[in-house]
Design a protein around this ligand. Sequence first.
Ligand code: SAM
Ligand code: SF4
Length: 445
Amino acid sequence: MKSDSPKTFHIKSFGCQMNVYDGERMAEMLGARGMTAAADGADADLVVLNTCHIREKAAEKVYSDIGRLKRKDGSRPTIAVAGCVAQAEGAEIARRAPSVDVVVGPQAYHRLPDLLDRAARGEKAVDLDMPAMSKFDALPKRGAGQRPTAFLTVQEGCDKFCTYCVVPYTRGAEISRPYVDLVAEARALVEGGAREITLLGQNVNAWDGEDDRGRTVGLDGLIRDLARIDGLERLRYTTSHPNDMTDGLIAAHGEIAELMPYLHLPVQAGSDRILAAMNRSHSVDSYLRVIERVRAARPDIAISGDFIVGFPGESEEDFQATLDLIHQTRYAMAYSFKYSRRPGTPAATMDDQISEEVMHDRLQRLQALLNEQQHAFNAATVGQTTRLLLERKGKLDGQLIGKTPWLQSAHVIAPGLAIGDMVEVEILSAGPNSLGATMRQLQEA
Ligand code: SAM
Ligand code: SF4
């Protein structure tokens, strides 16, 4: 039982960028309550584990993490489990891990302060409510001290029900945040120092809303209006579903200079038979057509994706079809996973589950091809002049690391420049994961 209210906190976010965003909002909320971020996580009075339930490994890790939580003086911090494991496993967490004080789902974390008060009174505080949108209204406004790159959740939840995926159950139905709120939050982020904003959603391109003149707009309309904010130089969005790539959004890639030439468009598999069993509701052909049209609108666009190998019933022939699709698409980068059987999803009870050995072998082959393509994409940028938004310090003296428009990390010796500056560079070298660059002005001098 906890008797003192915690004064310092440490938030550990796992999984997707939406969890990172939620973690930042929780930190702002705890800050508004007078709590401070602990300089060293191991000293914090409160530890929030902001969890991910997408694959079994990520979900199970939470329990070992909880078991290890101790402060330097040997005492136990107040422990809150937030995020999708909290939503999916609920009160079961407090039973399996009695040291947990608070369990809060991803749609209820605005109530964290109240839950902490209840925990301080010795209660096990559990809140897994999914109230429509009230979370964002209840959070404090964004303020000063933003990093140069910021996340902005515009859409949450998913109605697609892919047969392998827990998101529709843990994050709930698709909801778009109102246009006016998003414009206001984006302005606050830019006023606070952000120069790039990534719009987030489980199905971000399903976002729609009414603009300030009462017209129904899609994500392209929102991007167009956000691009007009003074000081906002770059916009990105992730993650998109192929079926929600509208004509307007495709065209936006050729029309809006602030919209960076990068599209994360997961396909998961390259066999129509497997896509149907996954309930993806798109085909290989329709996916490739979208890629073709996006490339016609913005020829230099970097394409990234997500892949699952070893979905139930996947034959070697189906897997070869996935490799074929990768050859045709030519990815700049991609995430790839072994299929993970998630309780409660339709695929978990499908016949013909694939063995660990086969999945391992397919993942190795798929990743070898994807790594080759990533390296080739990086190598093709050598010799180009481009702009980096500087995000962090590098290992060497005076070295800073920034991102190219294509989301590659590049390091540059940049005397006199600081994090948050935009710099024109020439790309000199390319590795599989990063680029070396030199400042243009220095070269010309
Ligand atoms: N909504 C996005 C989409 O449909 O592409 C992605 C959301 S999900 C958080 C991110 C990725 O996790 C998916 O694209 C998929 O590749 C992977 N994923 C989801 N469920 C999985 C499972 N049961 N096993 C392995 N990978 C999974
Ligand atoms: Fe999961 Fe499919 Fe929804 Fe993406 S579209 S979040 S993979 S159900």
